[in-house]
Design a protein around this ligand. Sequence first.
Ligand code: ADP
Ligand code: ADP
Ligand code: ZN
Length: 211
Amino acid sequence: MGPPGAGKGTQAARITRFCGIPHISTGDIFRAAIREGTELGREAKKYLDAGQLVPDQITIEIIRERLKQQDCARGFLLDGFPRTLPQAEALDRLLADLGSNLDLVLNVAVRPEILLERLTGRRICRSCGATYHVVFQPLQLSGICDRCGGELYQRSDDTAETVEDRLKVYTNQTASLLEHYRRRGLLKEVNGEQEIDAVWMEIQRCLRSLC
Ligand code: ADP
Ligand code: ADP
Ligand code: ZN
């Protein structure tokens, strides 16, 4: 959990490598569908472009299908899901049906005033999906990915205008979910305002008993 730009994707890549589990990002799933021009992609695009949430019914169905896949049998990391109370409740039911449950909910906490710079400076590799930042995680050679030589791009919703809408959506629809998990004793707070490596150190301490 965490607002847009908190560092969820950056830390998720490390967690999934460390624990050997799949990284399930609803944002990545929607962007892939848009790239491929599928029906889901055409529907989702309207919402992503506007900085609004894709309807719960569509999003929940995607997660239901994804969690059934064999690679999730030994655990998985959800990034960007759930984002609404109905999604969280659907996830609880889905996991119960699968005989599974959540071990831990991590919240990467970052104050809103820091998020705009993080989001507008974000760059992503077209080939391998690695995330960079023009100031905080710069490239060795300008324009190409350090890891694979791929071309970098800026997400079309990482503009100042859309970011404002996304932050409002987070405050109005997602932030209250933290309470859902805090009450159940599943929530651990991580200070996301530190450097990337320091955030990762803190997360590793939270994971100690899990993998
Ligand atoms: P961020 O980096 O802002 O956290 P994501 O890549 O997680 O962004 O999400 C990008 C967009 O995809 C969101 O603004 C929203 O339109 C859509 N999206 C992602 N996850 C969900 C979800 N769980 N429910 C509804 N819409 C979602
Ligand atoms: P989210 O998935 O939560 O939207 P990302 O992991 O994509 O966030 O991070 C948003 C941007 O901020 C990226 O450009 C990333 O390189 C950068 N970033 C991530 N974590 C940090 C951090 N701890 N300090 C500074 N910049 C960061
Ligand atoms: Zn790359």
